[in-house]
Design a protein around this ligand. Sequence first.
Ligand code: PEP
Length: 251
Amino acid sequence: MARKNVAAGNWKMNTTISQGIELAQTLTSAERDKNTLVILAVPFTHIFPLQKKIKASSKIQLAAQNCHHKTSGAYTGEISPAMLADMKVPYVVLGHSERREYNHEDNALLAAKLRAALDAGLKVIFCCGEALEIRKAGKHVGHVKTQLIESLFQLDAQEMKSIIIAYEPIWAIGTGETASPAQAQEMHAAIRNMLQKKYGKRVADNTSILYGGSVNGGNAKELFSQADVDGGLVGGASLKGQEFVQIINAF
Ligand code: PEP
């Protein structure tokens, strides 16, 4: 089984439901390579209406942008992995740097969320990445390694089939500054090497590793052409239908 090319959009806290439906319809109606997996990480409120609009044949999968680490209980305002599984949402994004920063999600909490998500039968887009000071200090690879060891590497090889990794340097998210293709490739190769050491070559070869950080219609092709870059997790440009179509077609 070869690993998949993935174009994942992260809508964050954007769009009304009708805007979201319009955006999704632009993507479903566009020509594209059927071997590319397209995932849309949408607000919780949009999941049900989008499920009704997106045809199964369009090969677009939905993701939630977060979930809690418990199945149920007195956690006002939270959504559990079991609730997402009950809605038949296949994916959830965990570890996004915005949640690490604004919601104080640390590696230990993310380990609990990962466990809960997999136990509920969800697949996970797991985000990792370093801040600018860490990169400037040359400690970026070690930083990402710690994020993987402390959260992801509790999983066994079988469970890794449910994981997509997204490397997202924080300094490139929403800033218009993109990691160079060489910087992305260096980190992606390092992550694949970590996967190989922990789980063996099969898991390393079959795990999709996405790059995230100001991917757009103009830079996607060069980034995705790197040997270990299997696609992108895209914020801002995923809100523009035609530009995201360009990204989907950049493999
Ligand atoms: C993201 O939110 O994961 C992201 C990479 O955002 P942007 O593409 O806007 O930098």
